[in-house]
Design a protein around this ligand. Structure first.
Ligand SMILES: [Zn+2]
Ligand SMILES: [Zn+2]
Length: 276
């Protein structure tokens, strides 16, 4: 059970509608036992938009929703589906638009040239920002560059975000440099969030960013069912395991777990405009 004095944790990025979960309510109970109070689930494909919204109706105190098209799925979504998603976003209470973004890590799908694939991703990201601006929502942003191949993905997403000053981005699963984080804060009024990656070996660079980051600029997330933190690396992840991410942050920053919970929950409440 969570320590009575501890503030409760919020997982700001998970995929609770994932087919890898048998039961949402079971995940809720397992997560609550680890001290989780709330999670923000990303519906990122036409197949999980409705399921994600259904979870918010089933467990309104536990789940809030974001909807978007994941950049890796942008070639699978036609205009009709895009219009449907916009309608769902207009008709349902959302915590943010997300997760949208750019992914230059994976190669273009069959039948697509790399340049055309990336151009389509950028076009979709602009459309997500337009929608976020229209609905006065913030955006959960995915960026991933190929290892050792520069920062084109981050830079392209950054340039697009700059065109929409009223929309605040959170760079989810942040693994960039301190300089990049500073630019996100200063030029985009954005946030970053840390996953279980910071508990893995050989992630000293992002651990240093986590130790340094100003306290009003970071949140915690699991990206579950992926990225299970140590000591559960490789297993099916659940939102409650954001606790291990928070514990690592407490260790890196030399503060208590309660303090990390207090800071990150306050930041999540503001960024996602959560009730209460
Ligand atoms: Zn992502
Ligand atoms: Zn995700």
């Amino acid at each position: 059970m969570a320590d009575e004095a501890m503030e409760e944790l919020i997982d700001t990025h998970c995929h609770l509608a994932s087919k890898r979960y048998v039961s949402g309510t079971e995940v809720r109970e397992q997560s609550r036992a680890l001290g989780l109070s709330h999670c923000i689930s990303q519906g990122t494909h036409p197949k999980d938009w409705d399921a994600t919204l259904a979870l918010t109706r089933e467990m309104p105190d536990f789940v809030s929703a974001c909807l978007a098209v994941h950049p890796s799925d942008c070639t699978e979504v036609d205009e009709e589906q895009w219009e449907r998603m916009k309608e769902l976003c207009r008709e349902n209470p959302l915590a943010a638009i997300g997760e949208a973004g750019l992914d230059y890590y994976w190669d273009a799908p069959e039948g697509w040239e790399e340049d055309a694939y990336r151009a389509r991703q950028r076009n979709f990201l602009e459309r997500h920002f337009e929608l976020a601006r229209e609905l006065q929502l913030n955006i959960s942003l995915h960026t991933r560059d190929k290892v050792g191949a520069g920062d084109a993905c981050f830079e392209d997403a950054f340039s697009i975000a700059r065109q929409f000053p009223s929309v605040r981005p959170v760079f989810h699963c942040f693994i960039g440099s301190q300089r990049q984080a500073e630019r996100v804060f200063e030029q985009l009024n954005g946030m970053i969030s840390f996953t279980g990656l910071i508990t893995f070996k050989k992630t000293e660079a992002v651990q240093a960013v986590a130790a340094w980051c100003p306290e009003d600029r970071f949140m915690v997330e699991t990206d579950s069912p992926y990225l299970s933190p140590e000591p559960h690396r490789g297993e099916l992840n659940i939102p409650g395991r954001v606790r291990y991410v928070a514990e690592k942050l407490a260790e890196l920053r030399g503060v208590s777990l309660s303090e990390i919970a207090r800071i990150t929950s306050r930041n999540a409440h503001r960024f996602f405009r959560l009730p209460g």
